[in-house]
Write a protein that binds this ligand. Structure first.
Ligand code: BGC
Length: 385
């Protein structure tokens, strides 16, 4: 296959991915091409020929800096790999960096990207509040910044934001709990404990609020009882989203409130790394019936737990879809075209609303994980064994 033909196919495959992101279909993964490097034949018929312009024409050779927070969490490895692969397929050079969840490391990496000739920066921040100064340098150098997945706060140097609908992630978790326990009709009371994300991550409050806006009325009416009394975001947050931190907090809660044999009915967890901590704590310290446990990301360890009946659901955020959207935005910026956004009201970073593109998160559980994760090529069967 010639390079030209390959690049047309890759561009077409990416267009097909974008259709998955922009469309209203509830399961974007199902109509996503497996991966840009694989056979792109099915995608060929999924997109009109005129959209398949060779990607090399678009700002080819420009260098894009991609700053990711950490390799510790599975999803960021996938995000980084997808961004790199898709940007390269579109003809760009890529400087991809991971910062071991260390803010100062991320700041230096961004400085190097600016000094190293990157013409666009894509940044998934570690602490949304800590990049203001370095981004002033980017702004002074005329380098546009796309905040990736997490909003960067307190600076007007962020041009765009691309993410999944973070509030919707929380409402899907909350609604799952309501439906599974039939909270509107059941008598209860049900016990619940809450584990939220990192306070430095702007997403964490969106997830928490999405779920709690639905569940708070049940707490107020007494149908849900939080025995630890820890309900406010600050009380239930998990520093760095770390599994160990979620685990030790839950171990304390279990020994203080559930050692008398009381069942824990619900563990609302904002994401999979924190859910894993809660699952570890339960495995070590809890003898009662397993609670409903929510999560987010469909990390391998958590999907395995879902298959084993130890986690009830997760939220699937197809990192290929987000990467494809961001690659499209990079191209639009470099071509001086209008950048596609679909939300201009939700994400105010303290200096104004940042124009955003929100992809749709998808509910995942034991019943649909095969279709979502395996049939779409996100994981292989072997990954989940
Ligand atoms: C992301 C989640 C992820 C969490 C921890 C959030 O900003 O949106 O998908 O689970 O960070 O890395």
């Amino acid at each position: 296959m010639s390079k030209k033909v390959l690049s047309v196919l890759l561009a077409t495959a990416m267009t097909a991915i974008l259709v998955g992101c922009a469309g209203a279909a509830p399961a974007p993964a199902a109509d996503v091409a497996p991966a840009a490097t694989e056979e792109a034949a099915p995608a060929e018929e999924a997109a009109p020929a005129e959209e398949a312009a060779p990607a090399e024409d678009v700002g080819a050779g420009q260098k894009v800096g991609v700053a990711m927070p950490t390799k510790d969490l599975q999803r960021w490895n996938q995000d980084g790999a997808n961004m790199e692969e898709q940007l390269k397929a579109a003809g760009y050079e890529v400087d991809l960096q991971y910062a071991s969840n260390d803010v100062q490391t991320q700041v230096s990496q961004i400085e190097n990207m600016i000094n190293g000739g990157c013409t666009v920066l894509v940044i998934a921040s570690i602490d949304g509040e800590s990049l203001g100064t370095v981004l002033e340098t980017a702004k002074a150098a005329g380098i546009p910044v796309i905040a990736y997945d997490r909003l960067i706060m307190g600076t007007d140097a962020v041009s765009y934001y691309a993410t999944f609908d973070n509030y919707m992630v929380g409402t899907k978790q909350g609604q799952y709990i309501i439906d599974t326990l039939d909270l509107n009709n059941a008598e209860g009371p049900f016990t619940m404990e809450i584990t939220a994300g990192d306070p430095g991550d702007n997403n964490a409050k969106f997830f928490y609020n999405g779920a709690m806006d639905l569940l708070k009325p049940f707490i107020e009416s007494g149908k849900i009882v939080v025995k630890s009394g820890q309900v406010d975001f600050e009380q239930v947050a998990t520093a760095s989203w770390a599994t160990e931190n979620a685990q030790s907090r839950m171990e304390n809660i279990l020994s203080t409130n559930y050692a008398d044999g009381t069942n824990l009915d619900i563990a609302l967890c904002s994401n999979d790394s924190t859910a894993l901590g809660v699952e570890n704590a339960l495995a070590a310290n809890y003898k009662g019936e397993y609670p409903i446990i929510t999560g987010q990301d469909c990390d391998v360890a958590n999907v395995k737990n879902m298959i084993d009946g130890k986690q009830s659901m997760s939220i699937f955020k197809d990192t290929r879809t987000l990467a494809a959207q961001v690659v499209k935005m990079v191209g639009q910026i470099l071509k001086g075209e209008e950048v596609e956004v679909n939300d201009t009201s939700t994400y105010d970073n303290g200096k104004g609303v940042v124009p955003s593109y929100l992809c749709e998160p998808v509910f995942a559980d034991i019943n649909n994980y095969k279709e979502l994760l395996i049939d779409s090529g996100y994981y292989t069967e072997a990954d989940l064994q």
